[in-house]
Design a binder for this molecule. Sequence first.
Ligand code: SF4
Ligand code: SF4
Length: 148
Amino acid sequence: MMRTEKNTALQKLARLSPRQWERLCDGCARCCLHKIEFEDTGEIVYTGIACRYLDQHSCRCRVYEDRTRLVPTCCRLAPDNLGEVYFMPETCAYRLLAQAQELAPWHPLVSGDAESVHRAGMSVRGRVVSESDVDTDDWPAYVIDWVQ
Ligand code: SF4
Ligand code: SF4
């Protein structure tokens, strides 16, 4: 991708209103899964272990307004940090748009249906466990390959 293309994409995102910005989220909750980063290689892998504050059916955060205080590692995406979204899931709408790519057909803004992300199997609904139920020593056993 050309650098100018990416800069234009980021400039467009920076002009969105807060409401438009929030509506870009596809509701997949993939970003609410814990990741493991290997120190020697820098590789990051996702686990099927969700943050304790995730409502696993709606795939929405139960403490959204207070999330970064309660979970210091929770990422608050904003137009000015989108240049570094390499750690977000490849399907994340913010990441796609920051890279000047199109939203997927199952994105609620494209389909017009908030359930389409779940029907397409792109959300974490029904596929994960809560961090409250897993000992951190056991996290490596929960590595998944359906989020990258
Ligand atoms: S991965 Fe991106 S699109 Fe999906 S819930 Fe997280 S912020 Fe929203
Ligand atoms: S605090 Fe909320 S938004 Fe942040 S990781 Fe947990 S469930 Fe997701």
